[in-house]
Design a protein around this ligand. Structure first.
Ligand code: IFM
Length: 445
């Protein structure tokens, strides 16, 4: 199948993972600066130095034929204390970058929030406080006023499931809390922030399209006996976010389960679901892997996520590499929610580095990319309205608590010199973009 000419082809990054320059031009600390300092982990202090090197990175994107770039705006650069004074240098940075992308024929697709909450807001309760959602709405206004004349596609809050679960139930991400009730509470505020931002976008930039990027994990029961548990796991990762955003209601089965586990969801106020249910123009689909589920209570929840199935290919971080589940997810989203889809993230860890001749033979990524694009294309044949695909990631970058050891990039970044090298997968992707169809892999590509 050939993709439509207006199809968006690009790659994705986020500010804290690539920018560096954390103390430059008025940026204030975010919760990730704090978390990495306390945790002793690798930080985004330098990252890929994209803050300074974005023009060369944009040249690389243009050279590969990409026509879209999904990046995130750093709230602590633009409104350093979360609320109050706006930092003109922060706005200038993104102003120049957006212009620079457009000059190269690359559509800017900014995400308003990709996890770098200003520390000043965390000091006032962070996402456990409803006021943070209001602060996000005000910050959204600033971004709309500054960039809305050139940005036509907005993404709101990246992966609220990951923020709420890894940050507030499992303690693996900033701010490192471990409590299920807090996690559900925070998820509600993140959704509220999305809903408030949608309202601002509709009001101030009615011509723009907007949506929320969700981390979606299709669940598959390990056996027939695990079907109900698998549906509950789907409720946990997927429906708890899709249903309020697209139907204006939390799924009743999950609301009942959460009430049983953590008590009344009394932080949901009248009117919240109307705001959250402001119909978006698209859903951002972040797809990496599936979850295989068994009906066995684990870690406070009534199911267990099973390890990778024997014989199923895995990435170098151990995630099952299952393009079929991507296809099924896209078809299901079309069937159940009838919403246009933008693939805002898809990719995996393959750590190949340059060989003696400087070539990066990341064969695993190339194969996975081709198989996922074929799966996407088959889902489109089956009716899914897919607007574009931005691969995660453009560059090898800071994989949060995992540091720099996990490489997701189409472009290799040398940690000591910052030298960029397009990997074999990047060259393959360029050929797909040029052809407008999922071409064969050539030779030893
Ligand atoms: O690196 C992350 C990204 O920030 C959010 N989605 C998943 C990616 C890979 O783990």
């Amino acid at each position: 199948m050939s993709f439509p000419p207006e199809f968006m082809w690009g790659a994705a990054t986020s500010a804290y993972q690539v920018e560096g320059a954390v103390a430059e031009d008025g940026r204030a600390p975010s919760i990730w600066d704090t978390f990495t300092a306390e945790d002793g982990g690798e930080s985004g202090a330098v990252a890929c130095d994209h803050y300074h090197r974005w023009p060369a990175d944009a040249d690389l994107m243009a050279g590969l034929g990409m026509n879209a770039y999904r990046f995130s705006l750093a709230w602590p650069r633009i409104v350093p204390r979360g609320t109050g004074p706006v930092n003109p240098a922060g706005l200038d940075h993104y102003d120049r970058m957006i212009d620079g992308l457009l000059e190269r024929g690359i559509t800017p697709v900014p995400t308003l929030y990709h996890w770098d909450l200003p520390q000043a807001l965390q000091d006032r309760g962070g996402w456990t406080s409803r006021a943070t959602a209001d602060a996000f709405a005000a910050y959204t206004d600033v971004c709309l006023d500054a960039f809305g004349d050139r940005v036509r596609t907005w993404l709101t809050v990246n992966e609220p499931w990951v923020v709420s679960v890894l940050g507030y139930r499992l303690g693996l991400h900033a701010p490192g809390e471990r409590d299920l009730r807090t996690s559900v509470h925070v998820a509600h505020h993140l959704l509220l922030a999305h809903g408030l931002a949608m309202g601002r976008i509709r009001e101030r930039r009615p011509e723009a399209r907007a949506g929320i990027p969700l981390s979606l994990f299709p669940s598959y029961p390990a056996t027939d006996a695990d079907t109900a548990a698998s549906w509950a796991s789907d409720g946990y990762t997927n429906r708890w976010f899709l249903d309020p955003v697209l139907r204006g209601e939390y799924p009743a089965d999950m609301a009942a389960l959460f009430e049983e586990l953590v008590g009344p969801l009394d932080f949901v106020r009248p009117g919240d679901l109307d705001l959250i249910g402001t119909r978006p123009d698209l859903i951002g689909v972040n797809y990496y892997t599936r979850r295989r589920i068994a009906a066995a209570p684990h870690d406070g929840l009534p199911w267990r996520v099973l390890p990778a199935e024997d014989g199923v290919p895995v990435t170098e971080s151990g995630w099952e590499d299952v393009p079929e589940a991507f296809h099924d997810l896209l078809v299901r989203l079309h069937r159940d929610y009838g919403i246009p889809l933008l693939i805002t993230e898809n990719g995996g860890v393959w750590n190949a580095g340059p060989d003696a001749g400087g070539r990066v033979r990341d064969t695993g990524r190339t194969l996975a990319l081709r198989r996922h694009l074929l799966a996407m294309s088959r889902a489109m044949d089956a009716g899914a309205n897919v607007l574009g695909y931005t691969h995660w990631s453009l560059l090898d970058n800071l994989e949060w608590a995992e540091g720099y050891a996990q490489r997701f990039g189409l472009i290799h970044v040398d940690r000591s010199t910052q030298e960029r090298r397009v990997k074999d997968s990047g060259h393959y992707y360029a050929r797909v973009i040029a052809a407008g169809e999922v071409v064969e892999i050539e030779g030893d590509e």
